[in-house]
Design a binder for this molecule. Structure first.
Ligand SMILES: C[S@@+](CC[C@H](N)C(=O)[O-])C[C@H]1O[C@@H](n2cnc3c(N)ncnc32)[C@H](O)[C@@H]1O
Length: 287
């Protein structure tokens, strides 16, 4: 008799989880290429292997299921994960916009959730631009840009040595050596040392605490002008006032003129918090 594939996780776990246990089941998960990452509530830990196997049955494109094994930690925003089903492998191979990215889950931060932002910004980048890809992680922003635009090159600054190692591997994997330059270090130290006034565009995907890097980022833009893409987690009831004030204050301190090109919600984060992006141009004010 042909067996029919269950349509979803709940259906696959019928008879395996009790009705009470079903209430604790999280049915959403993150997909990072060949690996799914799911949250398992403490009430279901005893059955995590079964849940992982059910997820593989419903989604045969995955080879491995990991569970989240702790909160995002420290400056590197690394989230520990543990394999609960499938191949015992935590290196994901993720594909986006013609690129392939190797991601060592549990050692680096990576999120597929800003893929539409990478695509959007790729369409804005002009031939010959030098782009500051700040907080670059394993390289999704600069490598998508290298593959999909005529930029000259991206300087990709990242503090986590393991993410820089993945980024170097990804640069080779995607054949973009020479157009993406990985730099290990702190944005606030590297820019003043080497990249003041050097970028046509800078991307700041550090949603928590990005404001602490506005001064360096504004300083990194060429005196003749350039664009900054600034991401923030903000309160839903007043998403832009504070961020706009910070941008204008910092530009004024540096004797620069700012024009807000676009401000909009990127995604919901929690009941009261959303992620937004503000695109602005900055250039030296005439004296
Ligand atoms: C939210 S993640 C974004 C990673 C990547 N751009 C992506 O979209 O997947 C922020 C990254 O910034 C790095 N980071 C944190 N503080 C930093 C700093 N001061 N200078 C450079 N990188 C930093 C973290 O290690 C992490 O990889």
């Amino acid at each position: 008799m042909a067996s029919t594939k269950p349509r979803n996780l709940k259906e696959a776990l019928k008879g395996i989880l009790t009705a009470r246990e079903m209430q604790f089941l999280r049915t959403s998960y993150d997909s990072v290429g060949n690996i799914a990452v799911i949250e398992i509530m403490p009430e279901l830990e005893r059955k995590e292997k079964k849940i992982g196997e059910a997820l593989l049955l419903v989604n045969p494109q995955f080879e491995t299921v990991c569970k989240i094994a702790g909160a995002h930690k420290g400056f590197f925003r690394v989230q520990p994960v543990k394999v609960i089903a499938g191949k015992r492998n935590k290196t994901a191979l993720y594909r986006e916009s013609g690129t392939r990215l190797k991601v060592d889950l549990g050692k680096v931060f990576f999120s597929p959730r800003l893929s539409h932002e990478r695509e959007r910004i790729s369409k804005l980048i002009k031939k010959g631009e030098v782009v500051g890809a700040l907080f670059a992680g394993v390289g999704p922003f600069p490598i998508v840009f290298a593959k999909n635009t005529e930029m000259e090159r991206a300087i990709a600054i990242e503090l986590n040595p393991h993410a820089v190692k993945n980024m170097e591997e990804n640069i080779v994997l995607n054949k973009v050596s020479g157009r993406v330059e990985p730099v290990l270090g702190d944005v606030n130290k590297i820019i003043p040392l080497k990249y003041r006034g050097k970028f046509d565009r800078a991307v700041m995907p550090l949603p928590k605490g990005g404001e602490n890097f506005l001064a360096s980022t504004i300083a990194s833009i060429k005196p003749t002008g350039g664009v900054v893409h600034f991401y923030q987690f903000v309160p839903i009831e007043d998403p832009f006032t504070e961020s706009l004030k910070l941008i204008r204050e910092e530009a004024a301190k540096q004797g620069k003129k700012v024009r807000i090109i676009r401000k909009r919600k990127v995604r919901s984060f929690s009941a009261r918090t959303i992620q937004v992006v503000i695109d602005f141009t900055v250039k030296k004010a005439k004296v």
